[in-house]
Design a protein around this ligand. Structure first.
Ligand code: PAF
Length: 280
């Protein structure tokens, strides 16, 4: 496995790989890798000749009041996990290498990125779409794998790829849960044992909401209200609990098929997200 620190090394490697007629699979990450990331890497490993993983805590997707500085980092551990899962190249640049100090160009998706996380983190998706565009230009992937845990991010990236004609197939990896049901996330690291126990209420609330909605299409609002109460009673501070049409991330209308019931909530200072996607 090779580790690159600079953009140019990565781009040259990608160009040479393409010239040799090989396919490239990319898994973009912010590091502190867990089973969820490993499952995305395994998908890339099956599809592509060469697998590239990026490990980069991207400053442009954090607001000034968010956890950029404290975001967990452990490159040695990440490198071991990548090696164990057959990764060929890890790109791990420093922020000053990734972004020019006078960078003034950003990529913005203006529709799917508005509700949910986009409403509470207004600059988040602009940071994501910008860094992912840069990665696509550097790693030249045929496939890129993103997790369904970040369902809105996945949809925003799919829309960006469609709208800007990136020649990249976006592949979705299933949400992975720990044995207790908590969705895997690098931020779970911040939770105390007690917060973690209480945070399980998010998944419980989403499952109950899903059951209620499937049993009675007219009960969406009541199901969401109940989910909010479940999370609040467990000591969580709800950011949102919402049910939207996955294709547009807009309100569920008659004829809508696949929907997402998504939640974001704080336990202590840790913001967690989770979702259930299902046919309606
Ligand atoms: O999902 C993430 O970890 C990040 O948002 C991503 C896609 C790596 C961009 O920084």
């Amino acid at each position: 496995m090779t580790v690159f620190k600079t953009k140019r090394e990565l781009q040259k490697f990608a160009l040479d790989t393409k010239r040799a007629g090989k396919t490239i699979g990319l898994v973009p990450t912010m590091g502190f890798l867990h089973e969820g990331h490993a499952s995305l890497i395994d998908i890339a490993r099956e599809k592509a000749d060469v697998v590239i993983v990026s490990v980069f805590v991207n400053p442009t997707q954090f607001a000034p009041n968010e956890d950029f500085d404290s975001y967990p980092r452990d490159f040695e551990r990440d490198a071991k996990l990548c090696e164990a899962h057959g990764v060929d190249v890890v790109i791990a640049p420093e922020p000053q290498e990734k972004y020019c100090s006078t960078a003034s160009t950003f990529v913005t998706e203006t529709m799917l990125s508005r509700p949910l996380c986009g409403a509470s983190r207004p600059t988040f998706f602009r940071g994501v779409t910008t860094v992912v565009s840069k990665l696509f230009n550097l790693a030249l992937p045929d496939f890129a794998v993103f997790g369904e845990k970040d369902a809105q991010q996945l949809h925003v990236i799919r829309r960006m790829v469609r709208d800007l004609d990136f020649p990249v197939e976006i592949i979705a990896g299933k949400l992975v849960r720990d044995a207790d049901g908590l969705a895997t996330s690098s931020r779970n690291r911040y939770l105390s044992a007690d917060e973690r126990e209480r945070a399980l209420a998010i998944h419980r609330a989403l499952l109950t909401a899903k059951r209620t909605i499937l049993a009675d299409r007219g009960a969406i609002d009541a199901a969401l209200e109940q989910a909010k109460q479940t999370i609040t009673l467990a000591g969580g501070k709800v950011d949102y609990v919402s049910a939207l049409y996955t294709a547009t991330f807009d309100k569920i209308a008659p004829g809508t098929r696949r929907i997402i019931v998504a939640a974001a909530a704080f336990f202590g200072t840790t913001r967690l997200i989770d979702n259930e996607m299902f046919d309606f």
